[in-house]
Design a protein. Structure first.
Length: 214
């Protein structure tokens, strides 16, 4: 590694932060991300990495159970990404902001973040990313009592993952309890047969049709 290249050093250190995040070591993750951010903000650093590191610092706060503290970090990342027209970093920020809004029970804001993320995912044809946003939309629909849409959206998200073959964004760490609760409530509301039928319809959709459903 070139010790004099802040861009390379920042990316390498951010990688160790992601590894710590995936392993649940939030203290080390935050420490590594803050060091990486210093390098990223250097005149010879990486604005792209700076935007993502802000988002990941917000993710640390989300996992600590403090979504209110997560929001300003993630919004800094979103501002940097939008300023450069960086769609990839923008939808990473939007996804994490949607998770913060869900944790804060601000479902209208969560919907706006998710809908923008779905539109960007369609533009970039990123099916793995789209699956995460569609699943988050199912959680929002559950909060509003739209159980048939919950089932269809969960089926569509599963179909997208079947197409991709894996969950490729290890740094997306949604609250799985919200997804499971939405699924269970929809099953109870619709009955097993109707729920399974709606899931099957969503799962059978062509990937290009999923954003239209959402």
């Amino acid at each position: 590694m070139d010790q004099d290249d802040p861009e390379i050093r920042g990316k390498a250190i951010a990688g160790t932060g992601l590894a710590a995040l995936a392993g649940g070591d939030l203290g080390r993750a935050e420490d590594r991300f803050r060091i990486a951010l210093d390098f990223a903000l250097d005149d010879r650093g990486s604005p792209w990495m700076a935007s993502l590191v802000h988002v990941w610092l917000g993710t640390v706060q989300l996992l600590r159970g403090d979504p209110a503290a997560a929001v300003p970090e993630i919004e800094r990342g979103l501002h940097l990404a939008r300023g450069r027209g960086d769609r990839l970093a923008t939808y990473v920020a939007l996804y994490n902001l949607s998770q913060a809004a869900l944790a804060l029970a601000d479902y209208q804001l969560a919907r706006r973040r998710v809908e923008e993320g779905i539109a960007l995912s369609r533009e970039t044809r990123d099916l793995a990313n789209l699956a995460y946003f569609v699943e988050s939309l199912a959680v929002i629909e559950s909060k509003e009592g739209n159980h048939l849409r919950v089932a269809s959206l969960l089926g569509a998200a599963a179909g997208l993952r079947d197409t991709v073959g894996a969950d490729v964004y290890a740094y997306y760490l949604p609250d799985e309890s919200l997804r499971h609760a939405a699924e269970q409530v929809a099953q109870l509301a619709l009955g097993e047969e109707a729920y399974d039928a709606a899931v099957a319809v969503g799962r059978s959709l062509d990937p290009a049709a999923v954003p239209e459903l959402a």
